[in-house]
Design a protein around this ligand. Structure first.
Ligand code: NDP
Length: 248
């Protein structure tokens, strides 16, 4: 039956203790899911795990070994995984286009693109075996509009569109749905350098038909839907949640 609830679902939220991920962890718990919060900051993880009566699992998405261990720990603690929210990401470069050196380029791609690949790949055996699963990828509007001072970030996020559609095609026969969410400007630690600057914030708000930036909670509802059986005929899609950025 198609229902907008996460009752009985076991979900991983990567980067689930801060910013957008924290809002998703809380919304998932409120909707009935048992949540495994993944991340690197031990204190933040444990605080969130306690708050939502979930579990905290240390994981660095730049390490295959760490991701594989986190899957094993999560399967042991929750008894299964039904939903993977691949949300963890690092900030863009924030420097002149041509100043991005090879090391910084590789680092941004490793976290924001390869990290999501590792997380999706790590749950494929479980999803195939149980013949169901949901993957929600946290992309960015940057994948569509580009970022002059963060080319690696925008490229990594654009790469996620190909990755998520490939995963949707590869896993459809196993009853696994894969979709990507594209947030616009959302107030978190990551966007603070831009949004704490009033002049920049006003310019960004002005480019948005809703005339405001987003809160992390603005992203949570669509992730609840995509993790629930209400989205069982919805896959390979890219959903903008940006208040109508650039439509103004
Ligand atoms: P935050 O900086 O608040 O959160 C980022 C999260 O990612 C943290 O929980 C952090 O966990 C985790 N993370 C970063 N690197 C790693 C790593 N190597 N391994 C594991 N976890 C990691 O940012 P947001 O909440 O804003 O960002 C969440 C997602 O939303 C990102 O993918 C971002 O690109 C995307 N996004 C954000 C927008 C915005 O305006 N805020 C706009 C568009 C997209 P920890 O500190 O524990 O390592």
């Amino acid at each position: 039956m198609s229902e907008l609830t996460l009752a009985g679902r076991r979900a991983v939220v990567t980067g689930g203790a801060k910013g957008i991920g924290a809002a998703i962890s809380r919304a998932y718990a409120r909707s009935g899911a048992k949540v495994a919060v993944w991340g690197r900051d031990r204190d933040a993880l444990h605080a969130m795990g306690e708050e939502i009566d979930g579990v905290a699992v240390e994981c660095d998405v730049t390490s295959t070994e760490s991701v594989e261990q986190a899957v094993g720990t999560t399967l042991d603690l929750l008894g299964g995984i039904d939903v993977m929210v691949a949300n963890a990401g690092r900030a863009g470069e924030g420097i002149a286009f041509e100043a991005v050196d090879d090391e910084l380029w590789a680092d941004v791609i490793d976290t924001n693109l390869s990290g999501v690949w590792r997380c999706i790949r790590s749950v494929v055996p479980t999803f195939k075996e149980q013949r169901h699963g949901k993957v929600i990828v946290m992309g960015s509007l940057a994948s569509v509009v580009g970022m002059s001072r963060a080319p690696a970030y925008a490229s990594a996020k654009a790469g996620l569109l190909g990755l998520s559609r490939s995963a949707a095609a590869a896993l459809a026969r196993y009853n696994v749905q894969v979709n990507t969410v594209l947030p616009g400007w959302v107030r978190t630690g990551m966007s603070a350098p831009e949004l704490d600057n009033d002049a920049v914030r006003v310019r960004l708000e002005d480019r948005t038909i809703q005339k405001r930036t987003g809160s992390p909670e603005d992203l949570a509802g669509v992730c609840v839907y995509l993790g629930s059986s209400a989205s069982d005929f919805h896959t390979g899609d890219v959903i903008r949640v940006d208040g109508g950025y650039l439509l103004a």
